[in-house]
Ligand binder design. Structure first.
Ligand SMILES: Cc1cc2nc3c(=O)[nH]c(=O)nc-3n(C[C@H](O)[C@H](O)[C@H](O)COP(=O)(O)O)c2cc1C
Length: 372
């Protein structure tokens, strides 16, 4: 199939992308230092992937309170800003653009990551997941319900992290509002039992996400602000219910004038769940009319599927996550129809350059020597 639609330029917010291939955000746990400062190996890793039209950086904690995954970076200290500056310089030097993903883990954090303090969330509900601590994956605990003052401070933390991102040379920011993290913990009925303005109705449960968006927009401008959000069917209390889709629709329809929406298609089998109608490309068809910015479609993409989504108008940009891990030159491989390398999962969440910056670019096999 003709993949040309993937290789045409497109505007995303105030950025001109030379192609429609985005690198999806990928946590890789290489910020292995007590200050949560991005490291030089991260700069090298992202620069290797600069053929992407835009790179969305790995989830990055907005504050010490939002930190909740061992060896991941932050964006609240001067040291972290300086570390990210080295990363964005490397990416810009290699010719791409890079966006910071803003993260608050809420109840996915763990006392072992917080000097013994309980993690915070919408309500005191154990998310029944795994926290990633220095000792490995351990069961989550029951978090502490956030006070209204803490909610206000958290919203301000996002705005400050967005300012820090721009100071660090990022070309924009993306608010991580899906999976199991703080905005999702507020949006999801099973993890939000509040009776104040942040709980109860969909409007109230969405309030935190929309306040974060407003604060970030005020800090860095709508054309540099995007959101990652999708209705999901996950484990524990995050299983989709009859309000999961209406809640996602409500939030997306209020994201007006923003740079982009990174929308994940089904990652799990939606059969028999309230999201059954959103399998395959139906996710993109459903949300496309609700969002007025650049729509980035993600999850299990191939070159063919991405080109088709662009050609049929269901997406503007295609984000590849896992394929970028083992294929630093993914756009060139797609263009050439070259085979994709497989991921070595043992080094995905590991330390140092092995399995991180040592995946080779594609080399066409030498033609067999002609024997005379
Ligand atoms: C190793 C790994 C780390 C990930 N880290 C993040 C992350 O930091 N932030 C995020 O929003 N999504 C994260 N994701 C999800 C990806 O961004 C993407 O949405 C998902 O992998 C589906 O895209 P794919 O099928 O192209 O891999 C991660 C996925 C993987 C496999």
């Amino acid at each position: 199939m003709n993949l040309a639609p993937l290789f045409t330029p497109v505007r995303m917010g105030d950025l001109e992308l030379p192609n429609r291939i985005a690198m999806a955000p990928l946590t890789r746990m290489r910020a292995d230092n007590p200050g949560h400062v991005p490291t030089d190996v991260q700069a090298a890793y992202y620069a290797q992937r600069a053929a992407a039209g835009v790179i969305v950086g790995e989830a990055t904690a907005v504050s010490p309170d939002g930190f909740g995954w061992h060896d991941t970076p932050g964006l609240w200290s001067a040291e972290q800003v300086a570390g990210w500056q080295r990363v964005t310089e490397a990416v810009h030097g290699a010719g791409s653009r890079m966006i910071a993903q803003l993260w608050h883990t809420g109840s996915i954090s763990h006392p072992d990551l917080r000097a013994g303090a309980l993690p915070v969330s919408a309500s005191a509900v154990d998310p029944v997941q795994r926290s990633v601590t220095a000792a490995g994956r351990v069961p989550t605990v029951t978090p502490r319900e956030m006070s209204l003052a803490e909610i206000r401070r958290t919203v301000a933390d996002y705005a400050q992290a967005a300012r820090n991102a721009i100071a660090a040379g990022f070309d924009g920011v993306q608010i991580l509002a899906n999976f199991l993290y703080l905005p999702a913990q507020f949006l999801n009925r099973a993890t939000n039992r509040r009776t104040d303005a942040y709980g109860g109705s969909i409007e109230n449960r969405a309030r935190l996400t929309l306040e974060i968006v407003d604060a970030v927009v005020s800090a860095v401008g709508p054309q540099r602000t995007g959101v990652k959000l999708s209705p999901m069917h996950e484990s524990g209390p995050f299983q989709a219910d009859d309000e999961t889709l209406p809640a996602a629709e409500y939030v997306v329809s209020r994201l007006t004038g923003l740079s982009h929406l990174l929308l994940m298609g089904a990652q799990t089998d939606f059969t028999g769940t309230p999201l059954a109608g959103l399998s395959g490309d139906a996710m993109f068809a459903h949300f496309r009319p609700l969002f007025d910015g650049t729509l980035i479609a993600n999850t299990r993409m191939t070159g063919e599927r991405g080109a088709r989504l662009i050609e049929t108008g269901l997406a503007d940009v295609i984000a590849f996550g896992r394929p970028f891990i083992a294929n630093p030159d993914l756009p060139a491989r797609l263009a050439a129809g070259a085979p994709l390398a497989e991921i070595d999962w043992s080094t995905v969440y590991a330390a140092g350059p092995a399995g991180y910056t040592d995946y080779p670019v594609f080399a066409a096999p030498e033609p067999a020597p002609v024997r005379g």
